[in-house]
Design a protein around this ligand. Structure first.
Ligand code: SAH
Ligand code: DHB
Ligand code: MG
Length: 222
């Protein structure tokens, strides 16, 4: 197994499917310049989010964990002109960088970045009586993933797609005694996803420029 080969194949996929994307390139460059960690989804994973959001016919999308707005741009591109993406972010700096990146991508009208702890923001959305979301992307701090799933279900409807990033963590989810809080959080999330009768779900492991990890993909049942 070789990260070099996975990265080369990611390059091949990007050349075919994402040859030139100034808004996304600039979003990454400005995120790095502002000192944000380089942990956005890969370009191919971002395109997967766009494709899934289009397949779902999503008009309302919720994201948990904005960073510099890379995945938010990928998701919001799938929205119709009157669609809406709400993205939740703890860090005011990350939120500022994201707003600028989203505006440059021409998506400011469709995207709202909410700053604060996401568990509280989810409860607030429910209290506001927010219309159900068609797609929910979970990608913030891994130890809170179960709480994010619990906070997301009341904001969903039958047919809502729930996607979560980083649920394999280079296989560290296999180690029940791991002291890696992120892997433990992902493992508890996967167990909850598998046991949740309201969901039909699977985990797909991924390799590529971001190493070995995985996406959980679930749909809310009737
Ligand atoms: N989805 C982004 C990457 C998100 S990285 C992309 O692919 O482009 C994870 C983000 O979650 C970071 O910006 C971090 O600040 C944020 N985060 C961490 N803890 C959080 C919390 N409790 N509530 C909301 N956001 C949180
Ligand atoms: C890491 C990667 C991610 O995609 C993320 O959302 C958080 C952390 C990481 O590799 O540390
Ligand atoms: Mg992630």
């Amino acid at each position: 197994m070789s990260t070099e080969l996975w990265t080369a194949v990611d390059g091949y996929i990007e050349n075919l499917f994402l040859p030139d994307d100034p808004a996304l390139s600039a979003a990454l460059a400005d995120s790095t310049a502002a000192g944000l960690p380089e942990i956005a989804v890969s370009p191919a994973q971002g395109k997967l989010l766009t494709v899934l959001a289009r397949a779902a016919g999503a008009r309302r999308i919720l994201e948990i964990g904005t960073l510099g707005g890379y995945s938010a741009i990928c998701l919001a591109r799938a929205l119709p002109a009157d669609g809406r993406l709400v993205t939740l972010e703890l860090s005011p700096l990350h939120a500022d960088v994201a707003r600028a990146n989203i505006a440059r991508a021409g998506l400011a009208e469709r995207v709202e970045v909410r700053v604060g702890p996401a568990v509280e923001a989810l409860a607030q959305l429910a209290a506001e009586g927010a219309e159900p979301f068609d797609l929910i992307f979970i990608d913030a701090d891994k130890p809170s993933y179960v709480a994010y799933l619990e906070g997301s279900l009341p904001l969903a409807r039958p047919g809502t797609l729930i996607i979560a990033d980083n649920v394999v963590r280079q296989g560290r989810v296999l180690d029940a005694t791991s002291d890696d809080a992120n892997a433990q959080g992902a493992a508890r999330f996967n167990e909850r996803l598998a046991a949740e009768p309201r969901l039909s779900a699977i985990v797909l492991q991924t390799v590529g420029s971001k190493g070995h990890d995985g996406f959980a993909i679930a749909v809310v049942m009737e």
